[in-house]
Write a protein that binds this ligand. Structure first.
Ligand code: ZN
Length: 94
C-alpha cells in the first residue's frame, strides 16, 4: 500500500505558541487518514522508527500533535516520496 499522505510538523515556540520555535524542529511525517496502524505499515522502510501516533499522524492523534506543534494540512505526494525528513531551521530569521 503506497503511503501517499504527508504532513509537515513544526515545533511551537513555548512563549508564543502561534509561532515556530527559535530553532524550529521540523519533520515531514506520514499521515494516515484512516488512523495510524498498530504495527509497521507496509511501505515504511525498516530503518525508520515506527511508533503509532508518535512518528506518524492521523485524525485521532492530530489534537495531541497540535498541542506542541504546528501541523500542516495533509498533502498527497507521489509514490516513492521519502516517508520522513527531519531538520531544524532558524525561525528567528523569518
Ligand atoms: Zn495517529
Amino acid at each position: 500500500m503506497p503511503l501517499t499522505d504527508r504532513v509537515l510538523v513544526v515545533l511551537r515556540d513555548a512563549d508564543d505558541p502561534r509561532s515556530p520555535a527559535e530553532n524550529a524542529s521540523t519533520q515531514m511525517a506520514v499521515y494516515f487518514p484512516d488512523g495510524c496502524p498498530d504495527t509497521r505499515p507496509p511501505g515504511l522502510p525498516p530503518t525508520e522508527d515506527y511508533h503509532p501516533h508518535a512518528d506518524t499522524v492521523c485524525p485521532t492523534c492530530l489534537a495531541d500533535w497540535t498541542v506542541g506543534h504546528l501541523v500542516s494540512n495533509p498533502a498527497m505526494v507521489p509514490d516513492g516520496t521519502l516517508t520522513a525528513v527531519r531538520f531544524t531551521w532558524p525561525a528567528e530569521d523569518f
